[in-house]
Ligand binder design. Structure first.
Ligand code: HEM
Length: 214
């Protein structure tokens, strides 16, 4: 670090969000791996038996659902800033998103700095807002609801018929799961594109992000 660079830290990620995030990450990875065995049992056998994969899949699904409710309650009721943090502004949609894409595809590789500077009240860049909003406010509720229906086919059969039948339900659950699977790789890759490869991992671990002033 040069003599003209001074380090400063901001508290970006509160503990309940960090606990939720890592339990959720473990849960989603478990759901993806067990889901692959359940969907392709003739090719994949990681957990011994089909039944064991289903049992683990159900347990992980219920855990992720409960923690999703905790996450939602925390941001909606305790902090009251879910929409401010997660919903892109008009500026984000008109300009911010293009500046951010340009950064990820070009300026980053030229050693440039991100156009977005995280603060506790505005911690996500426009691309993160779009991705996290779609994931947490659309895909997550959908995958949970379709999962609950599949888990309770007999008692909820009228609801299942109403939305188009079991085949459509299972296909929708599988397609949403594919989105989560694809998200995981992009998310982990983009998370390494801070001013150092681990800069974005630090606040997800201890809450504090390092800000650099030049
Ligand atoms: C191995 C798996 C994962 C790793 C290593 C990882 C890593 C990270 C890191 C480093 C951050 C903070 C910086 C950033 O936003 O880029 C983050 C934030 C976030 N991640 Fe992940 N993640 C993983 C899985 C997931 C999964 C499965 C989901 C959702 C289904 C998820 C949703 C989020 C959300 C919503 C945030 C923002 C949290 C907040 O501050 O409110 N992550 N993740």
């Amino acid at each position: 670090m040069s003599a003209h660079t001074e380090k400063e830290y901001i508290y970006l990620t509160p503990m309940p969000v960090r606990i939720w995030h890592w339990i959720n990450a473990l849960g989603i990875v478990t759901l993806c791996i067990t889901g692959i065995q359940i969907r392709f049992p003739e090719y994949v056998n990681i957990f011994g038996s089909y039944k064991a994969a289903i049992r683990l899949h159900n347990t992980a699904g219920i855990t992720v659902s409960i923690f999703y409710a905790v996450w939602l309650g925390y941001y909606l009721i305790v902090k009251g800033n879910l929409f401010r943090l997660y919903v892109p502004s008009t500026y984000d949609l008109k300009m911010g998103i293009f500046r951010q894409v340009l950064f990820y595809f070009y300026h980053f590789f030229k050693g440039g700095a991100s156009p977005h500077h995280a603060t506790p009240d505005d911690k996500f860049n426009p691309m993160q807002k779009m991705a996290y909003m779609g994931l947490m406010l659309v895909l997550m509720p959908l995958v949970i609801v379709t999962g609950i229906l599949i888990l309770n086919v007999a008692p909820l059969r009228e609801w299942i018929i109403l939305i188009g039948g079991i085949k459509l339900l299972v296909s929708a659950h599988f397609l949403i799961a594919c989105c989560f699977f694809a998200f995981l790789f992009v998310h982990v890759y983009l998370a390494t594109m801070g001013h150092t490869p681990l800069a974005h991992f630090k606040p997800m671990w201890d809450g504090w992000e390092e800000v650099e002033h030049h």
